[in-house]
Design a protein around this ligand. Structure first.
Ligand SMILES: O=C(O)CCC(=O)C(=O)O
Ligand code: NI
Length: 298
């Protein structure tokens, strides 16, 4: 029989098992634009992700390892045996963390693997994700999960704490520098690089960052690979407005236009999101054996 206290006890148990964000972690996210939760993915899932990543890298040798798009759309993306990227993206513990930051109505709109190979991993220039993206109002929490030990030496993420706070997008330019993962780069006078925090993580650890946080990462010149799974969630109070794709200043409409949205919690508050568009395109891409390439995305 259920006692009236069971809900509370369950919450307490989950809290003690480090499955929720603490009040301090939530405040850190609001204040600094990011947080590194004490929560970690279950080790068995991390193992599955690493094995699946090895499979991807072996299969798509013609795609730069930094640019593997939407691995959660690999078959099967639903039902028994669902691929580990999708299993992670819809993992109830992960969604609980995101819900604490974005509220109860959540859509997953993109995932990517950003794997910087040893010695030649490319740089991610300083940017704000919001400069690239189509949802309005701008809102997304990105979960960046380390699949390898991630350190300053192998090109960890670098954050400018609090840079999201003015709710502004700062001036970017189209960069033609070689070996960049993205091509919209913040103008140097828009922020102070000396404020950067290096985010070092162990496999299964994650950072969560806001859509307006200034961030980037250096090239990987070390002998150690740096792989991450990135999953991006928006509250469904925002509308993923595909008609805005023509206003983008970089040269990469496909991914961003045909993103397959998944409603993972609650309802579509905006009433305008299309959860059908893009799904067939991505399934077809995989069925035809086409490489899932991520074009410049954020
Ligand atoms: O993985 C990186 O180094 C950069 C990723 C990034 O820009 C992002 O997740 O928004
Ligand atoms: Ni980014």
């Amino acid at each position: 029989m259920l006692g009236h206290n069971d809900g509370k006890d369950l919450f307490k148990a989950r809290f003690e098992a480090h499955m929720t964000l603490t009040q301090h972690e939530i405040e850190h996210y609001r204040e600094h634009g990011y947080v590194i939760p004490r929560y970690r993915l279950p080790p068995a899932l991390v193992d599955d992700l690493r094995t699946a990543l090895d499979g991807l890298l072996a299969r798509y040798t013609d795609v730069a390892q930094e640019d593997l798009a939407n691995p959660h759309m690999l078959p099967p993306s639903e039902g028994p045996g669902t691929n580990p990227f999708m299993r992670t993206a819809r993992h109830p513990e992960v969604l609980d963390l995101i819900e604490q930051l974005l509220g109860p109505d959540l859509a997953l709109w993109i995932t990517r693997v950003l794997c910087k190979p040893a010695a030649k991993g490319r740089e991610v220039p300083w940017h704000q994700d919001g400069e690239y993206w189509l949802m309005r109002p701008l809102a997304t929490c990105s979960a960046w999960i380390a699949l390898d030990p991630v350190s300053t030496a192998n090109g960890c993420m670098r954050f400018i704490p609090g840079s999201h706070k003015q709710q502004q997008l700062y001036r970017h330019h189209v960069s033609n520098r070689d070996n960049l993962v993205l091509n919209l780069e913040l103008d140097q006078d828009q922020f102070d690089e000396a404020q950067a925090v290096n985010v070092e993580l162990e496999p299964g650890q994650m950072s969560l960052h806001d859509v307006r946080l200034i961030h980037g990462s250096l090239p990987n010149t070390s002998g150690q690979r740096r792989a991450a799974l990135i999953m991006r969630y928006m509250p469904t109070t925002s509308h993923y407005d595909r008609s805005l794709v023509d206003q983008r200043r970089d040269n990469s409409p496909f991914n961003i236009l045909h993103q397959p949205l998944w409603l993972l919690r609650g309802v579509d508050r905006s009433g305008q999101n299309d959860f059908v568009h893009g799904h067939a395109q991505w399934h077809e891409r995989y069925a035809q054996g086409l490489a899932p390439v991520m074009e410049s995305e954020g």
